[in-house]
Design a protein around this ligand. Structure first.
Ligand code: ZN
Ligand code: ZN
Length: 305
């Protein structure tokens, strides 16, 4: 084995540890996913290797394009492949060496499920399992982008998708006395404000077409925003302070009964990403390895255009 001492980490942040323990107790059926998320959050904490991969925001991107649109993320190939391999060993019935870890990260950052399915097919893995794993594998890289690129966010951002990574938000937070609405990305952790009465997914602003579902049992902090035009839904949370980036997906898991309620009433989350990124993930491993990869990374017809 190449990485005898490489282990999956757990988060050291006490608040995150508590949230993971709560989620474990409340949703024991999700243990497999939760174990992977816990590893991704732990990996994200030791973030220097991932922060080194965060690109400059391209100044000439289209006005509605997220910061990672057509960006090049250069990861430490050895560290990135080692991380993906460790996660694969834990989760998916596949020979990890058959999966190109860097290609998998690139497909996950781009939310390109067709490409992830292609990797799964080549490796004999179950596509749905690899899609889930790929998103968690990309979490440390995306969270590093979210932390580092915050200062480059556009002053005004009116889109429903994440201004950094193009994903749809997983939760709307209503914070402070005025209940300001802030959307949160579950991938990179970015938060952005858009007006209260506007559908995140289709920009509907007609009040008669927008509404809320409220949970039974008088739960005051939670509701579900729904749109009758596109049938999209988004979970809402009233909170004093925003969720930590690492806590967003844990909160998403904790509130699965709200998803069930929305789905039963015919609402859904969009399947397609908010914005197609066309991001490249390249590797810089140093030495002969680097030169070898550079040969492989030469542009080929039909790729990255
Ligand atoms: Zn994002
Ligand atoms: Zn809508």
């Amino acid at each position: 084995m190449l990485w005898p001492h490489a282990r999956l980490r757990r988060p050291r942040n006490v608040e995150l540890q508590t949230l993971v323990a709560d989620a474990r107790r409340e949703r024991p059926e999700s243990e497999a996913w939760l174990g992977l998320l816990e590893s991704a959050l732990g990996e994200s904490e030791g973030g220097a290797v991932w922060e080194a991969a965060v690109p400059q925001a391209a100044a000439d991107r289209p006005v509605k394009a997220p910061l990672l649109f057509r960006a090049k993320l250069t990861v430490d190939g050895r560290a990135a492949r080692g991380w993906v391999r460790r996660l694969l060993k834990r989760a998916v019935r596949v020979r990890p060496r058959r999966v190109d870890g860097v290609a998998l990260l690139e497909a996950a950052v781009c939310q390109d499920d067709a490409r992830i399915d292609g990797v799964a097919g080549a490796a004999g893995a179950e596509p749905q399992a690899l899609r889930v794993l790929a998103q968690l594998a990309a979490l440390p890289l995306l969270q590093a982008c979210g932390r580092t690129l915050t200062r480059h966010l556009p002053g005004t951002w009116w889109e429903g998708y994440c201004p950094v990574c193009g994903a749809w938000p997983v939760v709307a937070e209503y914070t402070g006395l005025e209940r300001k609405r802030q959307l949160r990305c579950g991938r990179c952790g970015t938060g952005w404000a858009i007006p209260m009465l506007r559908c995140v997914f289709c920009d509907e602003t007609n009040h008669a077409k927008l509404g809320y579902l409220t949970p039974e049992g008088g739960e005051q902090m939670r509701k579900i925003e729904v749109c009758h035009t596109c049938k999209g839904y988004l979970k809402g949370l009233t909170t004093v302070r925003p969720l930590a980036a690492g806590a967003i997906l844990l909160d998403d898991l904790k509130t699965v009964p709200l998803d069930v309620a929305a789905l039963e009433r015919g609402y859904q989350r969009p399947e397609r990403p908010g914005y197609a990124l066309e991001t490249r993930v390249l590797e810089d491993g140093g030495g002969w390895w680097r030169w070898w990869r550079m040969v492989e990374d030469q542009p080929s017809p039909g790729r990255g255009a």
